[in-house]
Design a protein around this ligand. Structure first.
Ligand SMILES: [Zn+2]
Ligand SMILES: [Zn+2]
Length: 177
């Protein structure tokens, strides 16, 4: 594990949400919001309505900017996002989750909780000077974000689909060369 468990979970979820904006957009219905919640194991308030979906969609470029900015720029964004949301870090324990940080109440809108959780996670990334764990997919045609939590920093592609496409292209290049 590179970061604390809740930091890693928050980063994974933030990257997944930001990457849902890549074509074809995979966050266009409230059903897809439900799937995202289930996949990422979120608890707390969910409205399941169009307004919540729109807020999440609008949050995606904000997350993308935060996750791809350089370290000093990320500091400014993190401080601004936490201040705007009135974040107050508290250690909590619920369900199967051991002690971890929440910085806004469970009753706050889902998009607010995600942006605060991501900003809190970025505090760890910035302090550890591990911004290089975040990048853009090595596939030239893909803008997906990559979160590399591997021990040997070997992750280059945003998805297995992109990794497989690159492997096939490399294989073809060898065959023809
Ligand atoms: Zn929690
Ligand atoms: Zn990709």
């Amino acid at each position: 594990m590179v970061f604390a468990h809740d930091t890693e979970a928050a980063l994974v979820a933030a990257v997944a949400l930001a990457n849902s904006a890549e074509e074809p957009d995979t966050l266009v219905s409230t059903e897809q919001v439900g799937e995202f919640i289930a996949e990422q194991g979120y608890t707390g308030r969910f409205d399941g309505d169009r307004a919540e979906l729109d807020e999440l969609r609008e949050l995606r470029p904000v997350l993308r900017r935060l996750l791809t900015s350089d370290r000093d720029e990320a500091v400014g964004l993190v401080n601004e996002l936490l201040r705007e949301a009135g974040a107050l870090p508290q250690l909590v324990r619920h369900g199967a989750m051991d002690w971890h940080l929440h910085a806004v109440e469970d009753e706050r809108p889902f998009a607010t909780r995600i942006v605060v959780e991501t900003a809190m996670a970025m505090i760890d990334v910035i302090r550890a000077d591990e911004m290089s764990r975040l990048g853009v997919c090595a596939d030239d045609d893909c803008g997906g974000l990559v979160l590399d939590l591997s021990r040997n920093r070997s992750r280059r592609f945003c998805s297995t689909a992109c990794g497989n496409r690159a492997a096939v292209a490399a294989y073809r290049a060898r065959q023809s060369g």
